[in-house]
Write a protein of this length. Sequence first.
Length: 137
Amino acid sequence: MASIQGNKVTIAHVGDSRCYLLRKNHFDYDDINNRDKDLVVYRTQDHSSLSFGWEMVDRCFFSFKPEKAVPDVAQFILEPGDLIFLCTDGVHIFVDPGILKARLLDDKAPEVILDTIAFLCEKFSDDNYSAVLVIAE
């Protein structure tokens, strides 16, 4: 989930979906091990593991165990041009992260960017997929 009020975004996450906050010309000098350090301000982490030969979600909202429904929460101040991209695992697992990041940062209309990502999912994904793209003004 991403909730925007004014210039602040609050991201709450559990499960195997993803939320990315990308900022053009961003560079995190404190995180030299982050391979996406040149554009990704924040990326949610999966709450899943491999079990019985397939992926099992370890934390989720719809559970009989309340401790499994505790989200990761992060807040950020948005800058003009920031991109918030929420997507299911059918997108982030099957589209190469470098290609996904490059397509999100294309200087094209949001509809064209999402059409391109949908095409990549249709070509490479064997899972269902959905995504939302928000561009801060």
